[in-house]
Design a protein around this ligand. Structure first.
Ligand code: AMP
Length: 227
């Protein structure tokens, strides 16, 4: 049961908070029915990187989510690609929820204009809530934090703890070498091809949105206490 404490526009969440529901559903837990993707968690860099194509992809993705009426869930900051995707979504009239740990508030500089801001006590609680509030995950270019977040949801899927779609948006070939490493891992016998294929690849925002629009999710089997 949620233990969110509401102040205007802000939730403070305690460590035991376990919310297994879709974002923007007025707190009603998902039932067993499959439904279209309503909320998308975007993992991406807290920096811009050196290739301007990635900033353009972040802008396009934020705008496309708003136009598709899919809520954006993200890390709450205003810096790097994170900030770009959130601002683009807000500017296009989209719904955005930011989830940031208290200690990163000053470093990642909480974004203004969010529909909801959840401040967590720690990184784990942040990742947990980002997971709980999302129906699907899209990964744009990013660094070590982005990799951590990606592999956490991917390995949870490998353990059958959820079946939410996970899409690696290979903007301008940024993730090509990571994809190669994953194929090597399969070739070397450390993961099954089925498990690695839980990470879907797209190469454009249009392709990503087509995937999201076609996807159906059923969150009723997610036991958040196992994560
Ligand atoms: P980065 O890809 O390193 O720029 O980080 C992207 C986001 O991931 C930022 O919001 C970071 O705060 C977050 N992050 C960094 N390290 C971790 C971690 N170990 N676990 C979860 N998130 C992280």
């Amino acid at each position: 049961m949620s233990k969110l404490r509401h102040v205007p526009g802000i939730c403070f969440a305690d460590d035991r908070c376990r919310v297994s529901c879709s974002v923007f559903n007025d707190g009603i837990s998902s039932m067993s029915n499959e439904h279209p993707v309503r909320s998308v968690c975007v993992y991406c860099g807290s920096r811009f990187g050196t290739n301007p194509a990635h900033k353009a992809a972040a802008e396009a993705l934020g705008t496309a989510l708003a136009k598709a009426d899919m809520g954006l869930v993200y890390g709450g900051g205003s810096v790097g690609l994170m900030g770009v995707v959130a601002r683009s979504c807000v500017d296009a009239g989209g719904r955005v929820i930011g989830i940031i740990p208290e200690h990163l508030d000053r470093i990642e500089v909480t974004q203004d204009g969010l529909d909801e801001l959840i401040i967590t006590h720690n990184m784990h609680d942040r990742k947990h809530k980002m997971f709980d509030r999302s129906d699907a995950f899209v990964i744009l270019p990013g660094g070590l934090g982005t990799l951590d977040e990606t592999f956490e949801v991917l390995t949870w899927a490998q353990l059958h703890l959820h079946s939410k779609p996970i899409i690696l948006l290979d903007s301008d070939g940024y993730w090509r070498k990571l994809i190669d490493v994953l194929h090597d891992i399969v070739r070397e016998g450390f993961a099954s091809a089925d498990n690695v294929s839980l990470l879907h690849h797209t190469t454009s925002v249009d392709e990503t949105m087509a995937f999201l629009r076609a996807a159906r999710v059923d969150n009723s089997n997610v036991d958040s206490s196992l994560l």
